[in-house]
Design a protein around this ligand. Structure first.
Ligand code: CO
Length: 212
């Protein structure tokens, strides 16, 4: 319990420092949030949305789960998506994966992990559907990196296919969906893929070579 005190101490210091730099910061945020971005990312503690994009509180609406998976039966994720699109009217939906993802690694191994294996079935399905490109990888590192990339592409497509997104685009609402990957090793984001204000898919500069 003693060590948990540091949470409140650090919070007090942060609130004071923020108020000192930006006197109206909390008053402004208390009135409303107006984020331009929805971030769908992994729960991994090393991949915090705001810090990676260097954006302050109020700028990013966030949903995180293990391995940044989007499935149409997940009421939690769909609710976040609907609120972000219909109420907040975000300009960009970001699906951010990361290399070395523990969820991807667990899905690639034969080890039993209990309940979470049901969630990771979604990753195993991606592996099964991409057997031809996966067969060309020669090391586990290559396989793992490619699976992280394939997962981001799959989840971007899953976001795009939701009724929330399709209905919004039918109404003429403008926003794009981005698939990006974060590397814990260098702190940099890779631009894999995006859909720009509609169903036109654009391959980014870091789109996997194996798929070209
Ligand atoms: Co992860």
């Amino acid at each position: 319990m003693e060590d948990f005190k540091r949470i409140f101490e650090k919070n007090k210091a942060w609130a004071a420092a923020t108020k000192a730099s930006f006197p109206d910061f909390f008053e402004g945020l208390a009135k409303q949030q107006n984020p331009e971005y929805l971030w769908i990312g992994c729960s991994d503690s090393r991949v915090p949305a705001n810090q990676i994009m260097d954006l302050p509180p109020g700028e990013v609406f966030v949903h995180r789960n293990i391995a940044n998976i989007v499935v149409p039966s997940d009421l939690n994720c769909l609710s976040v998506l609907q609120y972000a699109v219909e109420v907040l009217k975000v300009r960009h939906i970001i699906v951010c994966g990361h290399y070395g993802c523990g969820g991807i690694e667990a899905a690639l191994s034969d080890r039993k992990n209990g309940m979470i294996d049901n969630w990771l079935r979604h990753i195993r399905t991606i592996k099964r559907l991409n057997e031809d490109v996966i067969a060309k990888t020669t090391t586990h590192q290559e396989l793992s990196d490619l699976m992280c990339e394939l997962n981001v592409i799959e989840q971007v497509n899953n976001v795009r296919a939701t009724t929330v997104v399709q209905d919004a685009w039918d109404r003429g609402q403008e926003f794009s969906i981005h698939g990006i990957i974060y590397s814990i090793r260098d702190g940099l984001l890779r631009d894999i893929i995006h859909f720009d204000h509609g169903n036109n898919l654009v391959e980014g500069p870091d789109y996997p070579k194996a798929l070209r």
